[in-house]
Design a binder for this molecule. Structure first.
Ligand SMILES: Cc1cc2nc3c(=O)[nH]c(=O)nc-3n(C[C@H](O)[C@H](O)[C@H](O)COP(=O)(O)O)c2cc1C
Ligand code: SF4
Ligand code: SF4
Length: 308
């Protein structure tokens, strides 16, 4: 049965609903597509699945029904999803084991010293294609990535961000900081005084003597940005996936939080670096071949982890 266009959840690039189609010639009525569809677009109709386009939220094209159907009886089109996006899963034995994954996590460090070699574009693309499997709020993904590629381009970008930091130095005047603190949360004012101001002032000074304390002379900087429709977490989740993907490819990374603060305040820089005006930069990450490997791991803990 073919669905008709119905209601839709808008995202930056998804302004029409998805369209699930069920091939009843293949369907065994197992009911799994009904169970996974939490938009309630596929409903049970006397033991058979039925597409009800205007039900619930409308099809968000999450693809869950297409992925769960062992008979290949469901196809979904729309919101950037096509049946060609459905592929056979790798055999379980080819997936990373918990031990392998934990070892990768344990070996990862934030890398701020890079070899004098630029990761080639196909390697960056491979990493991004791996990271694109990150969960997204409402499909299709509203996260975009800008890869600033090559030492010179990254330094030009660093110079632009440091330019914005220079403006912030007016807060080093205690009177100005006290005045602006009235409009900030206590923790924001403390962070400005004790971290952002001293850190950015160090970066400015270092840059004048040819040292990059912002992007650490990295060969690649990745900017994860997202549309106003996205969940604020989406870009950072994608960036975290990118970090792990890069690690598995032998690349070193470090998230750089201060970049987004600066970039989101500067329309001109967003335009210059290819970030749509309406989008917010959620996270920046530097990447390159590490200059050296760490000899030992560091055990980390959450601030708390409790069962209730
Ligand atoms: C959201 C976020 C922002 C970060 N921003 C910066 C940054 O601006 N500069 C930097 O040198 N490191 C930055 N880091 C890296 C952290 O300092 C690093 O993760 C932490 O020191 C722990 O080290 P590890 O990643 O090697 O375990 C950031 C990390 C996160 C998660
Ligand atoms: S998952 Fe596939 S086989 Fe099962 S009910 Fe849905 S369409 Fe039919
Ligand atoms: S793609 Fe997702 S929302 Fe659309 S019908 Fe399938 S499970 Fe439901």
């Amino acid at each position: 049965m073919k669905g008709k266009p119905g209601r839709t959840v808008r995202t930056g690039i998804g302004d029409t609903p998805g369209m699930p189609v069920i091939d009843y010639g293949k369907c065994s009525s197992c009911g799994l597509c009904v169970r996974v569809c939490k938009s309630f677009t596929i409903m049970d109709d006397g033991g058979s699945p039925r597409v009800v386009p205007d039900n619930g939220l409308g099809c968000i094209a999450c693809g869950q029904c297409m992925a769960v159907c062992a008979k290949g009886a469901v196809t979904v089109r729309g919101r950037a999803l096509t049946p060609a996006d459905s592929f056979p899963l790798p055999p379980r034995g080819k997936c990373a084991t918990a031990d392998a994954l934990e070892n990768l996590f344990l070996a990862r460090r934030s890398v701020r010293e890079f070899a004098n070699r630029v990761p080639e574009k196909p390697l960056v693309e491979r990493m991004l294609s791996m990271a694109a499997s990150a969960p997204m709020g409402i499909p299709p993904s509203d996260v975009g990535v800008v890869a600033v590629h090559g030492f010179e381009r990254v330094q030009e970008f660093a110079g632009d961000i440091i330019g914005e930091f220079r403006k912030w130095q007016m807060f080093s005047n205690p009177f100005v900081l006290r005045l602006f603190s009235l409009f900030m949360k206590k923790t924001e004012a403390e962070s400005m005084r004790d971290f952002i101001l001293p850190a950015t002032s160090m970066m400015i000074g270092a840059r004048e003597s040819g040292t990059d304390l912002l992007l650490y002379h990295a060969p690649v900087a990745l900017l994860f940005h997202q549309s106003p429709y996205a969940d604020p977490a989406d870009g950072t989740i994608a960036c975290t996936y990118a970090m792990i993907a890069a690690e598995s490819l032998g690349l070193g990374t470090c998230m750089i939080g201060t970049v987004s603060f600066a970039l989101n305040r500067r329309k001109d820089l967003k335009e210059k670096w290819g970030i749509p005006a309406e989008n917010t930069v959620s996270m920046a990450m530097i990447m390159g071949h590490p200059a050296f490997r760490y000899a030992r791991g560091i055990r980390r803990r959450f601030s708390s982890a409790v069962f209730r």
